[in-house]
Design a protein around this ligand. Structure first.
Ligand SMILES: O=P(O)(O)O[C@H]1O[C@H](CO)[C@@H](O)[C@H]1O
Ligand SMILES: O=c1cc[nH]c(=O)[nH]1
Length: 232
């Protein structure tokens, strides 16, 4: 057991799916996995282990933002020996051609989060996806005939920006969408020599103002999860 994860050694698989929302973790476990056990209820940040096509896999809620996912990623890697960390999150589109429910694979994550500025003493670190997981995700998406987009995403420290139009700068530099965790996840994976990938489903668009419902954010996004479950 670690500070935030109430599992015993061996109860968490080497590959873990990481939704921000703990209820999405529950939905993923109940919908896709067999023989599930709930190994974590600390702070209601549910974690489950089960099997998918005979392979052991876990799914752990991370909460929102870089500080929260950093706690879970740190403990999963250091206390539970997790090797593949695959985020399955929602994101807001920054581009006209990135539409509601599109799947975006984060090749890299720009960020407004201060932690890497502090960590690298003002220099820039480029948090990038695991090439192996990225390649696998592209292949699996092709096999399943699921369309994906891939590129740079923004990991933001704020959901509600003071200036709504501030998204334009990132959009002008080709950033596909905004979410709140990937930069932290990729940085910790690099630090500890493990693999990470973020798959994101577009839940709303800053360009058009369209939105999915709360229920959809909790319990849909099936395509992204079907790809993620095959990785590692
Ligand atoms: O749907 P999740 O995985 O939580 O991801 C996105 O949704 C949350 C904001 O509503 C942030 O955590 C953001 O990254
Ligand atoms: O972080 C997020 C997630 C979804 N939509 C946004 O606008 N921001």
């Amino acid at each position: 057991m670690s500070i935030h994860i109430g599992a015993k050694k061996g109860e968490i698989a080497e590959t873990v799916l990481l939704p921000g929302d703990p209820l999405r973790a529950k939905w993923i476990a109940e919908t896709f996995l067999e023989d599930i056990t709930c190994y974590n209820k600390v702070r209601n940040m549910f974690g489950f282990t089960g099997t998918y096509k005979g392979r052991r896999i876990s799914v752990q809620g991370t909460g929102m933002g870089v500080p929260s996912i950093s706690i879970y990623a740190h403990e999963l890697i250091n206390d539970f020996n997790v090797k593949n960390l695959i985020r399955v999150g929602s994101a807001g589109s920054y581009q006209k051609n990135v539409k509601l429910r599109d799947i975006v694979i984060a090749m890299a994550a720009s960020s407004t989060s201060g932690i890497n500025q502090y960590r690298f003493q003002g220099a820039d670190f480029a948090p990038t996806a695991s090439f192996e997981l990225f390649q696998q995700a592209i292949e699996k998406a092709k096999e399943k005939d699921i369309k994906v987009k891939a590129g740079n995403v923004l990991t933001s420290d704020e959901f509600y920006a003071d200036e709504f139009e501030s998204y334009q700068m990132w959009s002008n530099f080709g950033v596909l969408c905004v979410e709140m965790e990937t930069s932290g996840l990729y940085t910790l994976a690099a630090k500890h020599g493990v693999s990470a990938l973020s798959l994101l489903t577009i839940s709303d668009s800053l360009v058009t103002g369209e939105k999915t419902t709360t229920e959809e954010r909790e319990t849909t996004f099936k395509g992204m999860v079907e790809i993620a479950l095959e990785l590692g």
